[in-house]
Design a binder for this molecule. Structure first.
Ligand code: APR
Length: 187
């Protein structure tokens, strides 16, 4: 990693491990794709549905053997037909107003995904904006939690992608992640 001090913002952007993209996560060529799953791990709508569709039927068969996953935790499977070698299924909290431990569960969800990722040789990982769709977690609050955990693991990866699907999340992540988040270079 070049010493970015004094090399200017462009170099700092290029050197940023954390990248914000507005993209379909199933098309990303990264080592690990994280899924916003539910506790059954058997698929659903949103990004869960997109990942299961793109990965193919073997994914559901593999997930059946996992026996579900509690909220705030994560499980890992192969990526099957995806470019990604692995899929980490992370179960975020449903938003009930913030008084039912949602922030701690969302933090735990990202942390659990990173703990599993560190057990592989992965160097690049992409996250959707977990819990901010069907689970209705406020987008900016969720982004702050996600980025805080991502920064803790920057040293362990070449690339950590916050993969936004909607423009609202992309604007929020870019605002919160600073100049490094503008870069859309190679993963
Ligand atoms: N690529 C990247 N992000 C996506 C994609 C995609 N192809 N499709 C949707 N998203 C985004 C949504 O826009 C949202 O910002 O993923 C984020 C998470 O939204 P959901 O997929 O609705 O997930 P979540 O809010 O965590 O709710 C999980 O929804 O799909 C079901 O089975 C899932 O029950 C679980 C629940």
């Amino acid at each position: 990693m070049p010493d970015v001090v004094g090399l200017g913002v462009e170099a700092a952007q290029a050197a940023s491990v954390i990248k914000v993209l507005q993209y379909d996560i199933t098309d990303l060529d990264v080592d690990i794709i994280v899924n916003a799953a539910n506790t059954s791990l058997l698929g659903g709508g949103g990004v869960d549905g997109a990942i299961h569709h793109a990965a193919g039927p073997e994914l559901r068969e593999a997930c059946k053997k996992l026996g579900g996953c509690p909220t705030g935790e994560a499980r890992i499977t192969p990526g099957f037909r995806l470019k990604a070698e692995w899929i980490i299924h992370a179960v975020g909290p449903v938003w009930y107003g913030g008084g039912k431990g949602e922030p701690q569960l969302l933090d735990s969800c990202y942390r659990s995904a990173f703990h599993l990722a560190l057990e592989t040789k992965a160097r690049s990982i992409a996250f959707p904006c977990i819990s901010t769709g069907i689970y209705r977690y406020p987008k900016e609050d969720a982004a702050r939690i996600a980025l805080k955990v991502m920064h803790e693991y920057e040293k362990d990866f070449r690339s950590i992608v916050a993969c936004c699907f909607d423009a609202e999340n992309a604007v929020i992540y870019r605002k919160l992640s600073g100049p490094g988040g503008q870069e859309e270079d190679d993963l």
